[in-house]
Design a protein around this ligand. Structure first.
Ligand code: FES
Ligand SMILES: [Fe+2]
Length: 408
């Protein structure tokens, strides 16, 4: 549909197909999608219950039996380290009468015992014991329900659908970028968890564009000169120059763009010339991470819709996990990683590692909260994206989102 065609109006309780058809390409979404409880339920059902979700990194579960819970889309998922690199993703729902089994957000479990009537499950979710049941009770028929799980270079992704979307292209594209970080044995330097008073899509859209960066992210723009989109005429030359160096270091450089139908993106881009790390003054903040050979003056950026992005330098990495909590409430978990052998105080200071991205994230969260407050207004109406927010940016995300919702 062109932007000159009339917008189809759909009032409260209106038809979803009409709402979707009424969205102008290149314009922000209508208020319903950012505020309505119905839209929020649809988002959980058609996006978060169906797509691959980032859950965490393997280094959070260093030993067999270590677990964390991930509460998402109304579900509680147990991520439990099994044999070797195996991770079990189990629905935290007892097969007897449905009680939650593990109640602490993280810990270690040799076996999983339901607190209600003490059924006992193995680490892989098989039912091992069910006391005082009838003699013909079949333990094998009552294992815990499993989610799909993929461990991609030490990053754990889960899918709550029985038939998950293909993950092969994501693995092939992300693999060369993430491999040198060795997330399986990295050290978690810091975790920040925020509940942001904004719809998850406002947060996703905010991260998709740098139209706002110049005026709002002084630390980020200082370290990543390319973020000043309209003030950097030499950007192309700088990138060509440094790309040759990255290739010599055998670093991944393939720019995987958001094109219609694709839900992931990855690229390497340069730090400000002369910057060794993504830090306030460009100085290194930690030892070179994992299998990286030397500092490359670059950042790796990767995104997977709907809930994951990563921005990572050579000496530290970050992941962001976005989890909708309510129509206008989203949990944002940011994790910083350093090399597994790095010691705090000796090899790095947490404050120096986190400074740029923590400041940037705080600025973004304030922008998103403010954005939501305005979107809630009786006078909010969709507005046109700038050329810096189109194509593989906000508009791509909105098109993908509406397409998934339309699948019913
Ligand atoms: S509900 Fe879990 S043992 Fe009864
Ligand atoms: Fe931002």
């Amino acid at each position: 549909m062109s932007e000159h065609e009339p917008v189809v109006e759909a009032g409260p309780g209106g038809d979803l197909a009409a709402r979707i058809a009424g969205q102008r390409p290149g314009w922000t979404l209508e208020q319903y999608f950012y505020t309505a409880p119905d839209a929020f339920r649809l988002d959980l059902e058609r996006i978060f219950m169906r797509h691959w979700l980032f859950a965490g990194a393997l280094c959070r579960l260093p030993n067999r039996g270590d677990y964390v819970l991930y509460e998402v889309a109304g579900e509680s998922i147990i991520l439990l380290r099994g044999e070797g690199e195996a991770v079990h993703a189990l629905f935290n729902v007892c097969r007897h009468r449905g009680s939650r089994i593990l109640l602490e957000p993280c810990g270690h479990a040799e076996r999983l015992m339901c607190p209600y009537h003490q059924w006992i499950y193995g680490q892989d979710g098989r039912l091992l014991e069910a006391r005082l049941m009838a003699p013909d009770f079949d333990l094998n028929a009552f294992g815990l329900h499993r989610a799909q799980v993929k461990v991609l270079e030490g990053l754990i992704f889960i899918c709550l659908a029985e038939t998950p979307p293909d993950f092969g292209e994501v693995e092939a594209d992300f693999g060369p970028y993430f491999r040198p970080y060795q997330f399986d044995r990295a050290r978690i330097a810091h975790v920040e968890r925020h509940v942001v008073p904004a719809n998850w899509k406002l947060i996703a859209e905010n991260f998709r564009e740098c139209y706002h960066c110049d005026a709002t992210h002084p630390e980020y723009c200082q370290a990543v000169s390319g973020a000043r989109i309209h003030r950097n005429p030499r950007r192309g030359e700088i990138e060509a120059d440094v790309e040759a160096r990255w290739r010599a270091l055998e670093l991944a450089v393939k720019h995987v763009r958001f094109v219609p139908g694709r839900r992931h993106h990855c690229a390497r881009y340069p730090l400000t010339p002369g910057y060794a790390s993504w830090s306030v003054d460009g100085k290194p903040v930690a030892p070179v991470m994992g299998a990286h050979r030397e500092r490359s003056g670059s950042l790796v950026g990767a995104v997977l819709y709907p809930n994951f992005w990563s921005e990572s330098a050579t000496d530290y990495a970050t992941t962001t996990r976005v989890t909708p909590v309510g129509p206008a409430q989203t949990e944002v978990e940011i994790t910083w990683y350093v090399d597994g052998g790095a010691e705090p105080g000796r090899d790095y200071e947490v404050g120096a590692v986190t400074r740029v991205w923590s400041a940037t994230a705080a600025q973004d969260m304030a922008l998103c909260a403010n954005n939501q407050a305005g979107v809630n207004s009786s006078r909010y109406q969709p507005g046109p994206y700038s050329p810096y927010e189109l194509d593989y940016r906000c508009d791509h995300f909105d098109r993908w989102y509406l397409g998934e919702l339309a699948k019913g």
